[in-house]
Design a protein around this ligand. Structure first.
Ligand code: AMP
Length: 286
């Protein structure tokens, strides 16, 4: 098997993509912060289905972490990531340092007006500005024809879709479903922080989503009732501390009061289990 190409500079990334385009290749792109799991793998395989060449970026982006968040201790294991990307059909890894991306005297940021104000944006005020800035930079480095993002970060995916349209990036955005453990826990690089007992408690996130789904199937239409039931499940373990449970219109991300037939919604949760902040969600079509 041809060895995977590791690209660490912006100049080499530009050159790689230029050559790929010249050869008539369609470039698929999967941006990640590394410490990969099966959720990331599913995005890489999806990108492979949709393109000739798959570039995966591994970059723990400092600008999307708040001052008291886990940037320094975010898990990193490049050798393991490299093997996983290779085994799942990746062609190249873009693996720049923060200095390569932000250099000296960096001062240009990309931010949206409305979508980042609520939910994750409310609890992590500078987070999405960091995400949209780095994704813009990565798009300019990689020049992808298609990029795959996970529904795991549903608000992020909506923001990236909006930004891509607004800034006229010539790139299709695909959203891939959430990959879960057998017992329901959504895969996340941060699950490594959980102790054995916290790992059990963390099931309250997916349990509350599945419970809401069951209630809807029985005819429940009130967002307040559904949120109350979900909140009770999350609060049933002593280690949990809820940031939000919210039901939003899947297009606008605006919170709704009553669910209507034929419409699509996201049920979204963010909560701490011990010291670890987890998010999960479910897309529901009525
Ligand atoms: P991260 O490395 O956490 O920045 O995630 C990189 C990409 O993988 C993002 O588009 C995430 O939404 C996606 N992702 C993370 N966890 C999962 C999961 N459990 N299932 C599907 N995609 C995921």
């Amino acid at each position: 098997m041809e060895k995977i190409k590791i690209i660490t500079t912006v100049k080499d990334m530009h050159e790689f993509s230029r050559q790929a385009k010249k050869a008539g290749k369609r470039i698929g792109f999967v941006p990640t912060m590394g410490y990969l799991h099966e959720g990331h793998m599913s995005l890489i395989r999806k990108a492979k289905e949709l393109s000739d060449i798959v570039v995966v970026s591994v970059f723990v982006n400092p600008t999307q972490f708040g001052p008291n968040e886990d940037f320094a201790k975010y898990p990193r294991d490049f050798e393991r990531d490299k093997k996983l990307i290779e085994d799942n059909g990746g062609t190249a890894i873009f693996y720049p340092t923060p200095e390569e991306i932000y250099g000296q005297n960096f001062q240009t940021y990309v931010s949206l007006d409305e979508l980042p104000k609520t939910l994750e944006g409310e609890f992590r005020p500078s987070h999405f500005k960091g995400v949209t800035t780095v994704v813009s930079i990565l798009f300019n480095c990689v020049s992808p024809d298609v990029a795959v993002f996970g529904q795991k970060d549903a608000q992020q995916a909506a923001i990236i879709k909006r930004m891509t349209k607004d800034l006229k990036f010539d790139c299709e955005i695909i959203e891939a479903p959430i990959v879960r453990e057998q017992d329901g826990l959504a895969l996340s690089s941060r699950n490594i922080y959980l102790s054995a007992s916290e790992r059990k408690d963390a099931l309250v996130l997916s349990k509350s989503l599945f419970h809401a789904d069951a209630l809807i199937k029985k005819g429940e239409k009130s967002a307040a009732n559904l949120i109350q039931e979900m909140t009770a499940i999350i609060n049933s373990v002593a280690t949990s501390k809820l940031d939000y449970v919210s039901i939003v219109d899947a297009e606008t991300f605006v919170a709704v009061k009553t669910l209507e037939k034929g419409k699509e919604y996201y049920f979204l949760i963010a909560c701490r289990i011990g010291a670890t902040r987890l998010i999960d969600n479910m897309k529901i079509t009525l």
